[in-house]
Design a protein around this ligand. Structure first.
Ligand code: GDP
Ligand code: GDP
Length: 444
């Protein structure tokens, strides 16, 4: 587990903006979806060789904010949320608003933070230039917390702040995951509609094997990583929202599943999309499949609850799913029954094989001999009276197999020929289930 650093402060001081700046990520996608910014959001921060989880508690009280008469509840809510974030954090970055100046709410929050006894560092945000710093920060001295001025929105002092935050985390002196000689297995993300059976599958996969990390006691952290050991390897289900607190989050699971897909699929090796066989591929599933295909995410489709369909109909069901996935025929479809334990044993081996394929590295010699063979078998069709000429191909250093074809003019390569190239290369190089990226570069 990485050290956890929580961004704490009253709403609108700029916590989310800081979160994005510290993670160097644009999280614009969250803004389109009401309700989403009310979640606590976790992000892995890397600063050189220092890594930690940053927790953004931002915007959790939007509704109360709109109704000033509820300000007491509003304050209570803030403190409740802040307190939870503080409880599970190893350290705190306390954020205040230099523009608004010190407010009673800041004072109370600071008191809370202090009482936690955890290391705290304060950022006076919205100081949009050095010329404002002395005047805007002066009154915050009285809180007695070390601070720096910053402008999350405009970047003032951000570099120094990153540097200071890095040192702050180093000083926490939290040992990294100790290397206990256990082979690091896969990181897996579970996606799918509520009730598709994700938790049941996770439980079935883990079975009697050793569960290493479970929920953080006493917090309402609604997403957790579940790590377990199987056959001397350590696997992690990434951010398995709802494994324990399902009921509370089902509503917004719908809304944020695409975001979750974005965030977690990138953090993991293989994504597993679970679909309830009795419901088929729904609208949300379609969106996810399109997204995963477009992003070239390594993924498996699990068709769960097979026990609810008569045996002689399962093949027909499988055909229907195959048809849904016809644009990405390499994606494995696994029929399971989490309840009866059927098909569950296949998941990790399929995922392992997929990752292995992702890590494949092929020499330029083999690639170019393959290219010659492929071209001889079927020439690229003439487009606008010109025939594409392929010069050579190399593999780019990417997380999924990516082949860069150098040709005279990539604009005249037909989509059908791109598919042909992909299929042929898959066959020759033995890439069965991983996504493959075919890229063209025009050169003369
Ligand atoms: P949160 O509720 O604490 O997460 O705050 P947000 O990050 O959502 O920011 C609240 C508002 O303050 C937004 O309108 C931001 O654009 C604005 N803001 C954030 N950082 C700065 C800053 O450094 N300078 C200025 N002028 N505005 C900022
Ligand atoms: P999640 O919301 O995707 O995590 O789904 P759950 O794992 O909580 O499962 C939702 C419901 O479906 C529960 O009542 C499970 O018992 C049931 N369920 C899960 N897997 C199966 C299965 O393979 N067969 C049947 N018949 N029911 C299942």
């Amino acid at each position: 587990m990485l050290p956890i650093v929580a961004l704490v402060g009253r709403p609108n001081v700029g916590k989310s903006t800081l979160f994005n700046r510290l993670l160097r990520k644009a999280r614009a996608i969250t803004h389109d979806l009401p309700g989403v910014t009310r979640d606590r959001i976790y992000g892995e921060c890397r600063m050189g060789d220092v890594r930690f989880d940053l927790v953004d508690t931002g915007g959790m009280v939007l509704e109360s904010e709109a109704t000033p008469e509820l300000s007491k509840d509003f304050e209570d809510e803030i403190f409740e949320q802040a307190q939870e974030a503080i409880e599970e954090a190893n350290a705190i970055i306390f954020v205040v608003d230099g523009k608004e100046g010190l407010t009673p709410l800041d004072q109370q929050a600071a008191e809370y933070v202090r009482r936690s006894g955890k290391p705290v560092f304060m950022l006076v945000n919205k100081v949009d230039g050095s010329e404002f710093a002395p005047q805007m920060t002066g009154e915050f001295h009285e809180l007695g917390i070390e601070f720096m001025p910053v402008s999350a929105a405009h970047g003032y002092n951000l570099h120094e702040v990153r540097h200071r935050v890095k040192q702050f985390v180093i000083d926490l002196n939290i040992p990294e995951d100790e290397d206990d000689g256990i082979e690091k297995g896969l990181r897996l993300t579970m996606l799918g509609r509520p009730n598709a059976g994700k938790s049941s599958i996770i439980n079935a996969v883990i079975g009697k094997d050793r569960l290493i990390v479970s929920d953080v006691a006493g917090t309402t952290r609604d997403s957790i990583d579940v790590t377990f050991e199987k056959r001397d390897k350590r696997y992690t289900f990434v951010d398995t929202a709802g494994v324990r607190r399902r009921a509370n989050i089902q509503d917004h699971l719908e809304k944020i599943s695409v975001i979750r897909a974005l965030k977690n699929s990138r953090r993991s090796d293989v994504t597993i999309l679970t679909i309830d066989i009795t419901l088929g591929v729904g609208r949300q599933d379609k969106r996810l499949i399109e997204f995963l295909a477009k992003e070239k995410t390594p993924f498996i489709v699990v068709v769960n609850k097979a026990d609810l369909v008569p045996r002689n109909e399962t093949n027909r069901a499988l055909e229907a799913f195959r048809n849904e996935l016809r644009i990405i025929p390499h994606v494995p479809i696994v029929m399971t029954s989490a309840q009866k334990g059927v098909g569950i044993g296949k998941l990790l081996p399929i995922a392992e094989a997929m990752r292995k394929e992702c890590q494949i590295r092929i020499g330029t010699g083999i690639l170019n001999r393959s290219l010659q063979a492929v071209l001889e078998r079927q020439q690229p069709p003439v487009v606008k009276r010109r025939r594409p000429k392929f010069f050579y191909v190399t593999q780019a250093d990417e997380e999924i197999p990516t082949f860069v074809f150098f040709c005279n003019d990539h604009a005249i390569v037909k989509t059908s020929y791109v598919r042909y190239l992909e299929n042929q290369f898959r066959k020759m190089l033995g890439i069965k289930t991983a996504p493959v990226n075919i890229v063209f570069r025009s050169s003369h």
